[in-house]
Write a protein that binds this ligand. Sequence first.
Ligand SMILES: Nc1ncnc2c1ncn2[C@@H]1O[C@H](COP(=O)(O)OP(=O)(O)OP(=O)(O)O)[C@@H](O)[C@H]1O
Ligand SMILES: [Mg+2]
Length: 294
Amino acid sequence: MAGEKPPVILEGIGLVREYPGRAGLLRRAQPNRALKGVDLQLRRGSTLSVVGETGCGKSTLGRILTLIDPMTDGELIVDGEQVDIRRHHLSRELRRKVRIVFQSPYGSLNPRKKIGDALGQELLLNTSLDATERRVRVGDMLERVGLQRDHAGRYPHMFSGGQRQRIAIARALMVNPKILILDEPVSALDLSVQAKVLNLLADLQREFGLSYVFISHDLSVVRRISDEVMVMNSGEVVERGTCEDIFANPSHPYTRQLLASTPSTDPDAIAARLARHAERRARAASQTTGDERD
Ligand SMILES: Nc1ncnc2c1ncn2[C@@H]1O[C@H](COP(=O)(O)OP(=O)(O)OP(=O)(O)O)[C@@H](O)[C@H]1O
Ligand SMILES: [Mg+2]
């Protein structure tokens, strides 16, 4: 479709992140440059995927974009506001604009905290809503992500993996962010559950006008959901473009290699695979009882 592109809501220019290296017997510590000058632009309401093999710097980039980690060098502009490089003086308002969802919500959800309290805490810290208002908002959001209001009284271990990921998404959305950084958000889930969570993310994106940075090593997922893709290798972007272009004409050898090493990046094959999987799950579910929903 022709027309003007939406405005850029998140921009990184020359992002560098160095971690301190370890010294050897006869050698001084060399810093490990996890990001070597990464540029990126995320447009409002769109999904930019970041792909690449393990250790290429995807999560490091995600943490910098979420303002969790400082960068060593570069410029970061969030919704028109330049971010202080060392993250001093970051306003609460700025932090609220970008939220992250990790691969394993088990790691990020406190096992001893009821999920209603975990979600409510976001509102307690960031809004002036009273307890009743917070409870209502938490219930609304749980329903919005496909759970039930009374799930607020449960602990994280009382949910399935897919449900926990829904909770993590709900928590990220409590303060009405504009941008979500999704770091391998479905990688730990079964294929059929993956599809449902991806559908949920797509619905939420449309409903709230959200912009996503979707970090993944799974190209079949990336192909389904991205507007633009950037391919990283060893802390550098080696190729970027629209999703169609990258998959139709990968120009960098690394991208070609990445595509070739993915079992199937053909959308019809993926749809068929998901359908087969869903069928198997449905058959298995009909043989057991239980009301768990992923
Ligand atoms: N806190 C840290 N301290 C030191 N080095 C780190 C730290 N976090 C990441 N690194 C290093 O930075 C590089 C990039 O790591 P990162 O976790 O960003 O990769 P990734 O692309 O997310 O990998 P994966 O696909 O396995 O999640 C790696 O060499 C890693 O060892
Ligand atoms: Mg990672």
